[in-house]
Design a protein around this ligand. Structure first.
Ligand SMILES: *Cc1c(COP(=O)(O)O)cnc(C)c1O
Length: 378
């Protein structure tokens, strides 16, 4: 890792070829006629928004989605030219940023539609309308859209180019009835808008589990995040046909110190780990600020030279101790894989999520800002 000489040897490796593979794999799975919006919010789920978006644009992504205007501007400044949907909409005072950077805001309140339309001095402001069909988060409620459509129609200088909704339980097979209900409510909403003379070009519902599990929800555009990063393991139900995916992020560091700890001694905050035998304990320069959950203390495994080693004691802010007693080859400077593969051994973000009661998205999003992303492939 030449790129890391002169700094702490803790890094996240981002495999852009794997990202491109996943993009093509999803495209093949959902149907090549269906447009794909690549969701790169939250720094591309921790993977690095700009390099990921550049590669995805080169692969043919039709749209990008981010959460905030700030994230959208970052992409525009990196010369991303495809349309960018701002899933979280804009905040008062950001109207001109939206318009000047040709960002497409999602709108979920009438005052937002008024604000963007009146800020646009020449062409009509373009917006997508978020419909709440059962998620209960932002969006106009599906059962009150008649009045909403009337109010929107009365706003001059506004072009509604998309209607969208978001699924609450598309990842749960036994809740398919609810997802189907959301799909049917959305179809009704589209009817209402058509009845008022709106002809939105984009009608989109599906996130990753929607696109895989509920073919009806694919419409003509799918919004794909997790699958692009290879994170299908915990949001696509077991046993369901799925696109082939490759993990994109690996997280690695190097052993900083190895010491003998005699049987009976305890180590780390809280002295929660006690050596049962004379042990070799290695310390690695990564901690919970870097995104290794503290709840992985005494629970998680890492890989050294293809062999698993247990986390021994508490995960602290900047350090983790691991038991390398059975790994003869471990030495100062040995590479330690916390997420990813080494030899025949693999730790997936999904594995860590399973041990810490969350989903893989939170694990990759949580890889800290002081962990440099090293991009490989291309
Ligand atoms: C984050 C998000 C997505 C992407 O969801 P994935 O499960 O990562 O594919 C799609 N639509 C909306 C509105 C989102 O907020």
């Amino acid at each position: 890792m030449n790129e890391l000489s002169g700094q702490r040897p803790t890094w996240a490796e981002i495999d852009l070829d794997a990202l491109a593979f996943n993009f093509r794999s999803v495209k093949k799975f959902v149907g090549s006629e269906i447009e794909q919006m690549a969701v790169v919010k939250a720094n591309a789920y921790g993977h690095g928004a700009v390099p990921c978006a550049r590669r995805l644009e080169a692969e043919g992504a039709d749209w990008f989605a981010v959460a905030t205007v700030e994230e959208g501007i970052e992409l525009r400044q990196a010369a991303i030219t495809k349309p960018i949907l701002i899933l979280g909409g804009f905040w008062p005072g950001q109207e001109l940023q939206v318009l000047n950077h040709t960002l497409t805001p999602v709108i979920y309140r009438i005052d937002q539609a008024e604000a963007i339309a009146s800020a646009s001095k020449h062409e009509p402001a373009i917006a997508h309308i978020k419909i709440d069909t059962g998620m209960g988060r932002v969006g106009f409620r599906w059962d009150a859209v008649g009045e909403v459509a009337d109010l929107l129609a009365a706003i001059p200088n506004l072009k509604i180019d998309g209607l969208m909704t978001h699924f609450a339980v598309a990842d749960k097979l036994d809740e398919s009835d609810f997802t189907n209900e959301q799909i049917s409510r959305f179809a009704d909403v589209v009817e209402v808008f058509h009845g008022r003379g709106f002809r939105p070009r984009y009608l989109d519902l599906a996130n990753s589990p929607g696109a895989v599990v509920h073919p009806l929800s694919r419409s003509t555009l799918v919004r794909i995040g997790g699958l692009l990063y290879g994170l299908g393991g915990d949001v696509i139900p077991k046993g369901v046909d799925r696109p082939e995916l490759k993990p994109v992020m690996s997280v690695k560091t190097k052993i900083a110190m190895i010491k003998r700890v005699p049987a009976g001694e305890a180590i780390g905050y809280g002295l929660t780990y006690r050596a049962e035998r004379d042990s070799l304990i290695a310390t690695i320069p990564i901690g919970y600020h870097d995104g290794v959950p503290r709840s992985l203390s005494n629970k998680g495994q890492v890989i050294i030279n293809g062999k698993f080693a247990w986390i021994a004691g508490r995960v602290s802010m900047d350090w983790i101790t691991i038991d390398v007693t059975d790994i003869d080859s471990a030495e100062v400077g040995s590479v330690v894989t916390l997420i990813g593969s080494d030899g025949d051994s693999t730790v997936l973000a999904e594995d860590i999520a399973g041990l810490t009661n969350t989903i893989s998205y939170e694990i990759t999003c949580g890889i800290g800002s002081r962990v440099p992303r090293i991009f490989v492939g291309e």
